[in-house]
Design a protein around this ligand. Sequence first.
Ligand SMILES: Cc1cc2nc3c(=O)[nH]c(=O)nc-3n(C[C@H](O)[C@H](O)[C@H](O)COP(=O)(O)OP(=O)(O)OC[C@H]3O[C@@H](n4cnc5c(N)ncnc54)[C@H](O)[C@@H]3O)c2cc1C
Length: 333
Amino acid sequence: MNGDVLIIGSGAAGLTAALELAQQCKVIVLAKGGISDGATSWAQGGIAAVLETTDTFESHVEDTMIAGAGLNNRQTVEHVVEQAPAAIKRLAELGVPFDLGADQHWHLTREGGHSHRRIVHVHDATGLAVQQALEKAAAAHPNITLVPDRVAIDLIMGRHQMRFSTSGRIHGVYALNRTTGLVETFTARATILASGGAGRTYLYSTAPRGATGDGIAMAWRAGCRVSNMEFMQFHPTCLYNLEVKNFLITEAVRGEGGQLKIPTTGERFMLRFDARGELAPRDIVARAIDHEIKRLGLDYVHLDISHKPAGFVRALGYESSHSTRRINIIVRK
Ligand SMILES: Cc1cc2nc3c(=O)[nH]c(=O)nc-3n(C[C@H](O)[C@H](O)[C@H](O)COP(=O)(O)OP(=O)(O)OC[C@H]3O[C@@H](n4cnc5c(N)ncnc54)[C@H](O)[C@@H]3O)c2cc1C
């Protein structure tokens, strides 16, 4: 199959690029499994942007720099923060039904590391709503062809076949058709890798199974510079229950006052690590939990949201399984 632009990945990144480019060219979008199977559909809490008059870009930039321990590229942070309100508006125009507050404006929640309420959300399944809206728009676009169940294996470079030039250019990908078991060729004038993260290369992860860094590896094999690989997102909290598959315990639980406690003593421990307590940035919370688990030889710690009524917890998508209404969580050991 041939197009002007080939995009590997049908999550938020791939579909957003496709919708922009389709205004001028024919775009093919490949997905490893179903079109909705990436991490985007799994995103829960919401998306951060300056949307209140009391909030400022400077404050969002500073919060982000602090959360990134000063390692962030300030120019990139400023660009993303300044573009975020327009991006949210575009998503809303595409039909993402962000929750509204009593004042009929977007309802904003607060998450770790943020000094303001600035997270727009769709209940606690924001990513699914974003994926569905992007997918609907892409599927309806005459210049976009969505091709599921094709596992891109490698980029087509000059060295692969004589009929392609040896200029160092990329001409597309070889992809395994999961239905027929045959390898197919997809060619284009430009190829975009939007194939998501590599979280599933670790033993414990909240990322979907397909997040195995395929695009990063393909880019590396093609001679691209790969950098910053030490920055890997891990959610600090997921369910600990040996009988069921673990899943992310939304960060909104900490945002709404959930406290991390030692199961044996009930001690709230986060304040020993950071004055922001459970609202400290992710890496600090994850390291604190890991520290306590290792120090005390625990299997898990508790995330206690029992100050909120059961209905509130159910609305977050969780049923409490114990009378204590505490959620067991574990971090990687
Ligand atoms: C549980 C969870 C909760 C999250 N919560 C939030 C949140 O609240 N707020 C927030 O901002 N972010 C959140 N995130 C992060 C967010 O989901 C991701 O940063 C974002 O969705 C990444 O989008 P993407 O398009 O880059 O990747 P993805 O959505 O993962 O898409 C990757 C695409 O690439 C395709 N692909 C991969 N390899 C191949 C291959 N070899 N061949 C063909 N196709 C391939 C996949 O099929 C998929 O279509 C969360 C992530 C997880 C896992």
